[in-house]
Design a protein around this ligand. Sequence first.
Ligand code: NDP
Length: 252
Amino acid sequence: TALPLANRVAVITGASSGIGEATAELLAERGAKVALLARRADRLAELAARIEKNGGTVLAIPVDVTDAAALEAAAARVEAELGTADLLFNNAGVMLPSPVVELRTDQWSRQIDINIGGLMNAIGAFTPQLVRAAAEKGVADLVNTSSIAAQNIFENFAVYTGSKAFVSHASRNLRTEFGAKNVRVAVIEPGIVKTELQGHVTDPGATAWLDETLATQEVLEPSDVAEAVAFLAQQPARVNFQQLTIMPTFQQ
Ligand code: NDP
């Protein structure tokens, strides 16, 4: 019997670690051809080798999502080498909390440029393919990674939570442009997942809280979120789960 995602062409941003890496592996296992996008070429090459070894079809493209022209070039390569993309998992992101009075404007900019700018650059580069793929196949998927930070309040996370509120609300809005074209738009809002995300935090207070939580609670695994992405992609064409919150059981 055919694998559930056979004939699908999936693009994953932030594929070099964490949620993106796990999702690329799972979608490939379910039969999708996968394009891996992130900056760290060595990590993408390792993942691509693993996917190929398991019988998958994969294309690794080192790219910075803040570079719109590089994403356009990546999109052209995906179409030429794997076929028209019918799933974009728009997932690259950074989380850099700090008290606003410390004026870490460098970290504000990185979060805004990657979480908002990078998300929109990928949408700009790949949605023309999603629309064409949907016309041919009857369905395509745009899945954006937001966070429970889009809904909840976390002290010292103003810029990150704001960037994720953008992701969630823009996703709701984009359904008005894409729904009629058979492109589903979904946003996933995970609670805490054990990944490299927390490792980039420089604020001591936030680090202490995150380290304590990771050490004492059973948080989500990246593969748990990957299952949610596969679940969305495997729905019948008429079904668009618009927003999916996935929490570790302990977390409020
Ligand atoms: P990781 O740090 O493990 O993964 C982040 C990914 O984003 C990496 O592959 C990284 O690759 C990529 N990335 C970062 N900056 C850029 C850039 N400029 N260009 C291209 N790729 C970039 O963390 P997660 O897997 O946890 O994060 C994935 C998403 O999940 C993020 O959007 C995050 O906000 C969200 N999220 C995470 C939660 C958690 O608790 N972990 C909870 C809720 C949401 P590289 O450095 O190689 O470029």
